[in-house]
Design a protein. Structure first.
Length: 70
């Protein structure tokens, strides 16, 4: 049961991270298209946001390992 729970947790985190990355990057590209002079600031903020979004699957991986080893 622990392995199934860990698999479901990782699948949800991977899907959530992928959707979050896609939305963040698409909005950054939309902002760059509207105001090209802000591309540097938008890119910096996008990288910070993607880093925070990618933290979720890493935390889910740790939780999945803890659930499997319990």
């Amino acid at each position: 049961m622990g392995a199934i729970a860990a698999g479901i947790a990782m699948a949800g985190a991977a899907i959530g991270g992928g959707v979050g990355d896609g939305i963040a990057i698409s909005k950054m590209l939309e902002g760059m298209a509207r105001q090209p002079e802000l591309s540097g600031q938008l890119r910096t903020n996008m990288f910070i946001g993607v880093g925070l979004i990618e933290a979720m699957p890493i935390i889910a991986f740790v939780v999945a390992l803890l659930v499997m080893n319990k």
